[in-house]
Design a protein around this ligand. Structure first.
Ligand code: ADE
Length: 235
C-alpha cells in the first residue's frame, strides 16, 4: 500500500519510522510519503488559512494550496481521508475497508478545518477518531495509519493476533496474563494454566462477553450470540 500524508506539520509523522510500521516500510509492504502543504503556496508568507465566510472564531484552510497538492497526489485509485471531529466514526470495520485500498491520501486540517469545497471536489471521506476535538488531523492520521497498516497481509508477524483481538468479533478481548503465575499475591486464573484448550476458549469467550456487557453494552448484539453466550451473560 502507498500512503501520502499532507500536513503543515510533517514532523508529527516521525513515529511512522518506528516499530512494526517502520519494519513494514523497510520490507516494502508499505510506502509512506509525508508532504508539507506549504510547498503548494506561492506567497512570501506561505499562507494556508484565512477568515471564515459568515464570520465566527478561528481560521479556515484556503482551498488553493490543497487543490494543487491533491491534484498532484490523488488519482482514480486513491482513497482520500480527511480526519475531522465531524466525520463518520473510525471503527475496526472502517479500518478493514481502508486496508483494501492500494493508495491512500490523508489531508490533515488545522484551525477550524479545510474549506469544504476541497473535500467535496476530491470526494474525501471525513473520519472522526472519537467524540472529542484535537488541534488537527495529524494524531488522527497516526492512529488510522496504524490501525490500517496492521491489517495489510504480512505486516503482523503472527496473523493469529488479528483473529482474537478486541473488536474483530464485535466484542472486547478477554484479559491476558504472562509469567510469573503469582505476582504480588495476585494469581493468574487457574484455568489458563490447566492446558485444557476447550475450557480456556470458553473462559475467554465468557470474559469477553462479561467485559463487553459491563464496559461497552452498545457493542452487544443479542442476535449474534449463541444460546450458550446468552446464558453466560445472565449468570
Ligand atoms: N481533528 C480534530 N479533532 C478530530 C477528531 N476527533 N477526529 C479526527 N480528526 C480530528
Amino acid at each position: 500500500m502507498k500512503i501520502d500524508i499532507l500536513s503543515i506539520f510533517p514532523e508529527y509523522f516521525s513515529p511512522l519510522d518506528l516499530s512494526l510500521i517502520g519494519r513494514a516500510r523497510s520490507a516494502g509492504l508499505l510506502r509512506v510519503d509525508v508532504h508539507d502543504l506549504r510547498r503548494w503556496t506561492h506567497d512570501v508568507h506561505r499562507t494556508v488559512d484565512d477568515t471564515p465566510y459568515g464570520g465566527g472564531p478561528g481560521m479556515v484552510m484556503r482551498p488553493e494550496p490543497w487543490g494543487e497538492a491533491l491534484d498532484s497526489l490523488v488519482s482514480d485509485d486513491s482513497v482520500l481521508v480527511v480526519p475531522s471531529p465531524a466525520g463518520e466514526p473510525f471503527t475496526q470495520a472502517v479500518a478493514g475497508e481502508l486496508a483494501r485500498a492500494s493508495h491512500m491520501v490523508f489531508a490533515c486540517g488545522r484551525y477550524e478545518g479545510i474549506d469544504q469545497r476541497v473535500i467535496d471536489h476530491f470526494s474525501g471521506r471525513e473520519i472522526s477518531l472519537g467524540d472529542y476535538v484535537l488541534f488537527g488531523g495529524e494524531v488522527a492520521v497516526l492512529a488510522i495509519v496504524e490501525a490500517v497498516a496492521r491489517l495489510i497481509p504480512g505486516v503482523l508477524g503472527n496473523a493469529d493476533s488479528l483473529v482474537e483481538e478486541s473488536h474483530t468479533d464485535g466484542l472486547l478481548e478477554a484479559p491476558v496474563y504472562t509469567k510469573p503465575a503469582s505476582w504480588r499475591a495476585h494469581e493468574v486464573p487457574e484455568i489458563l494454566r490447566s492446558g485444557d484448550h476447550g475450557r480456556i476458549a470458553r473462559w475467554r469467550r465468557d470474559r469477553s462477553l462479561e467485559r463487553t456487557a459491563r464496559r461497552r453494552p452498545d457493542l452487544l448484539d443479542p442476535d449474534a450470540l449463541s444460546p450458550r453466550d446468552l446464558a453466560a451473560l445472565t449468570e
